[in-house]
Design a protein around this ligand. Structure first.
Ligand code: NAD
Length: 471
């Protein structure tokens, strides 16, 4: 448990010495020193970040294991390597990303220069969630550093071991004057949010997203909200059900289903369900060698509160696969529920755990209606070989992203921005889009004192003769 008001100013990891207000003021002073602006400084900090992940990988994996029993392979692939990849991409492209973007001229600006200047916002606040507590905090930080900002990093208090590890170790690599880590829970974060920031990047639930939106509106602070929701799967009889079963469950068992783009429920016909379930059973058997409880490749639920939430979802439901849980170990078995009705508890909120429901629909039209009757999802998964069905879903539904014939993989596809829409979020990031998120695209028109240009442009000055007004 973190102590109350555990504000980390990092030069002083003993915590509690700075108030949130002081921390923001100091960080603003640091930004005004202009040191974060140069190419060399940004580059040096990004390199330091790479060293952080190389040198401290063991400590990070241990913390993630403490918080979530996250298997090391998942910590390496889904947390450390994902951020490393972003840093490496930023380092190779930093120079070109920083360059002003030239704008194509027309004859009206023949004598002028027109460009878009990538202006850092200033002091950025990054607030992260607990499920991928390293990745969701640190990928935005990569973009914010590359863009020349100062960043206050606020990891989730729910993944407390990871938050402490970041607060203790990051300052050894990233200059804490410019990139301090702030530790705290709801109360401390609320206090932090009373301050003025130049950009807020939030990852977490839709409910808290609304609170962040409201806090930001006081100063008209631009924000990105990376939120969650129920991501549906549609699967039809043209899909390879054996492969589909594996891919759906892979997206469901990672981090014990505590993943923002986890497939939340499946829409399919009764016939598809009948064929799909044996394939799902087989896939789980293969993944975990028939004994998931003792298998090190399967993690645990983050807290008692979230365990209880999931246990409640299992009540009065029919499990075709799994259904067991163990409170003493915060273990919830991968579970496939059938005969689920839209009004059941499990369908009222994001599952965010290893439970997936199957809801029967008669065809793709009914599935589309079902999706459109609900909030816009973060991800939509379609399993089909039919081009017509793919097109129907793309045209007739709205979601943060769409992945055809797999789950989760769009999150790591190079070049694809990642983000939600409506209740699943606003804004997107990853790769160049992360850099672009943290710069104001400042339009610049630069004119000279060229006398010919002045002569032509003198038409704009009064007196407005008949000729000048076109009559
Ligand atoms: P959480 O409890 O860790 O909260 C997220 C952050 O918000 C934390 O840093 C916390 O301190 C802060 N916070 C919580 N309540 C607050 C309040 N009242 N005022 C101010 N700050 C507050 O995480 P969570 O919200 O349980 O996260 C899970 C949600 O995050 C899920 O809905 C999941 O889908 C979503 N998520 C989205 C993404 C994405 O990239 N879109 C990634 C991961 C998780």
């Amino acid at each position: 448990k973190l102590s109350n008001a555990a504000v980390i100013d990092v030069e002083n990891v003993s915590a509690g010495k700075n108030t949130a207000k002081e921390l923001v003021e100091n960080t603003r002073k640091a930004f005004r020193s202009q040191r974060t602006l140069s190419y060399s400084f940004r580059r040096e900090q990004l390199r330091n970040l790479l060293r952080f992940f190389d040198n401290e990988a063991e400590a990070i994996c241990e913390a993630l294991y403490k918080d979530l029993k996250k298997p090391k392979a998942e910590s390496m692939a889904g947390e450390i390597c994902m951020v490393r990849r972003e840093v490496a991409g930023a380092l190779s492209n930093l120079k070109s990303w920083m360059e002003p973007e030239e704008v194509k001229k027309t004859v009206a600006n023949f004598f002028d220069d027109l460009y878009v200047y990538n202006d850092p916002y200033g002091v950025v606040l990054v607030i992260g969630a607990w499920n991928y507590p390293v990745q969701v905090c640190m990928i935005p930080v990569v973009g914010a550093i590359a863009a020349g900002n100062c960043v206050i990093i606020k990891p989730s208090e729910v993944a407390s071991a990871t938050a402490q590890t970041l607060a203790t170790l990051l300052p050894k690599y990233l200059d804490p004057e410019f990139y301090p880590v702030f530790l705290g829970g709801i109360e401390e974060t609320a206090d932090l949010l009373k301050n003025r920031f130049d950009y807020i990047f939030y990852t977490g639930s839709t409910e808290v997203g609304k609170i962040i939106h409201q806090a930001a509106s006081k100063y008209l602070t631009p924000i990105t909200l990376e939120l969650g929701g129920k991501s549906p799967v549609y699967i039809d009889n043209t899909a390879n059900l054996k492969i589909a079963a594996k891919r759906i469950l892979w997206g469901k068992v990672q981090n014990s289903g505590q993943i923002c783009v986890g497939p939340d429920y499946i829409l399919c016909t009764k016939e598809v369900q009948k064929e799909l379930i044996p394939h799902m059973e087989k896939a789980l058997e293969e993944f975990f060698d028939g004994n998931i409880k003792t298998n090190e490749d399967y993690g645990r639920i983050v807290s008692q509160k979230h365990f209880n939430r999931l246990a409640n979802m299992l009540k009065n439901q029919k499990a075709a696969i799994g259904g067991k849980s163990d409170e003493s170990d915060l273990f919830v078995e991968p579970t496939v529920l059938i005969d689920v009705k839209p009004e059941d508890h499990v369908m009222q909120e994001e599952v965010f755990g290893p439970i997936i429901s199957i809801i029967n629909v008669k065809d793709e039209n009914e599935a589309i209606e079902f999706i459109n009757d609900r909030e816009k999802p973060l991800a939509l998964y379609i399993f089909t070989n039919s081009s017509k069905v793919k097109k129907m879903f793309l045209e007739r539904t709205s979601s943060g992203g769409v992945l055809i014939n797999d789950t989760v993989m769009h999150l790591i596809a190079d070049g694809l921005p990642f983000g939600g829409v409506g209740h699943s979020g606003m804004g997107s990031y990853h790769g160049k889009k992360t850099f672009d998120t943290f710069v104001h695209k400042k339009s610049v028109l630069s004119k000279s004192f060229n006398l010919i240009a002045e002569k032509i442009e003198s038409l704009k000055y009064p007196p407005y003769t008949k000729f000048k007004s076109g009559s």
